[in-house]
Design a protein around this ligand. Structure first.
Ligand code: NAP
Length: 278
């Protein structure tokens, strides 16, 4: 590391498709910081050594992505969000202790706040499609924001039950066949499945039962404008997209490592959109 330069990185395996260097590099330039953000391709068998020596490797902190998020949790002192979600994606040093959090939680809620201010007033009841890793962050974010009933609809019902076991009675595990009925009462619909993503099957649902004030969010960001978001807009519904969540989840790490809270600007969005285009 050059003298005086603070560096962070994203650690994954594989890692070369990560957009994180583009996002953090933009903020480093914008704020004129003596800082750097790098890619680190680290295989699972080398992860523990890398994390235990993160500082010696020249880093003040890191993002962690697939397949290391559970291992990162176990090797650090997690905050409430990382513990609740069961995975850590952001590491930093606090008085020499390696701490961790899960910024997908605030990525999700921060993006909704920016796209639809006051969204939680419309969403006393929510429908979450999917019960995988990202659903855990979404459900925890909804509970943090006081949403009283979260209907988790998943192909494998056992995984939806696991979310109820983890987060309590606000979570109602449901089958896909219940969806039309559930949508009729929902103020918020969130897709956390990989359906609708490039190369995956389409997400084939009818939005007609959703109330007029409902908000629709999609975590999928490839394609940027998913069929779900298009169908929601065609019905006059407000939406929040997956790219917004990806950008908002990056804010806290940058602040923790470099001491400046950055903003998700239209210019940053345009930069990452251009990079995501096929
Ligand atoms: P994951 O843990 O693998 O979970 C995938 C979910 O999709 C499961 O609920 C799975 O259901 C469901 N699913 C997959 N194929 C299906 C099918 N053919 N029919 C019905 N359900 C199906 O994945 P994840 O990490 O949660 O990620 C999910 C999506 O969110 C991905 O597109 C990812 O890129 C996106 N994401 C975006 C952000 C962001 O910042 N925008 C952050 C995280 C994730 P089963 O349980 O039945 O298999």
């Amino acid at each position: 590391m050059s003298e005086g330069v603070r560096a962070a990185c994203v650690i994954g395996w594989p890692i070369k498709h990560s957009r994180s260097p583009l996002i953090h590099g933009y903020w480093i330039r914008l704020h004129g910081l003596a800082a750097d953000y790098r890619l680190e391709a680290v295989p699972p068998e080398k992860f523990e050594e890398f994390i235990r020596n993160l500082s010696a490797h020249g880093y003040v902190g890191a993002n962690v992505t697939i397949p290391h998020k559970e291992a990162a949790l176990a090797l650090s002192e997690p905050d409430d969000r990382a513990l609740a979600v069961g995975a850590a994606n952001t590491l930093w040093y606090d008085s020499g202790r390696l701490r961790s959090t899960n910024t997908d939680v605030e990525g999700f809620t921060g993006n909704l706040d920016a796209a639809v201010p006051g969204w939680e007033l419309r969403a006393s009841e929510a429908v979450v499609l999917g019960a995988g890793g990202s659903a855990r962050a979404v459900v925890y974010g909804l509970i943090e924001r006081g949403i009283g009933r979260i209907n988790v609809v998943n192909r494998t019902l056992d995984r939806a039950h696991a979310l109820r076991d983890r987060f309590g009675a606000a979570v109602q595990p449901c089958n896909w066949s219940a969806l039309p009925h559930l949508l009729g009462r929902a103020g918020l619909l969130v897709n956390t499945t990989s359906l609708g993503m490039t190369g995956q099957p389409p997400l084939d649902i009818d939005l007609a039962p959703l109330p007029r004030q409902a908000v629709v969010a999609d975590l999928v960001y490839a394609p940027l404008d998913t069929a779900l978001l298009q169908a929601a807009r065609a019905r006059g519904l407000l939406t929040a997209d997956g790219l917004g969540m990806l950008l908002h989840q990056a804010v806290r790490g940058f602040q923790l490592w470099f001491g400046v809270r950055p903003e998700v600007t239209p210019e940053l969005r345009t930069l990452v959109e251009a990079d995501l285009r096929p």
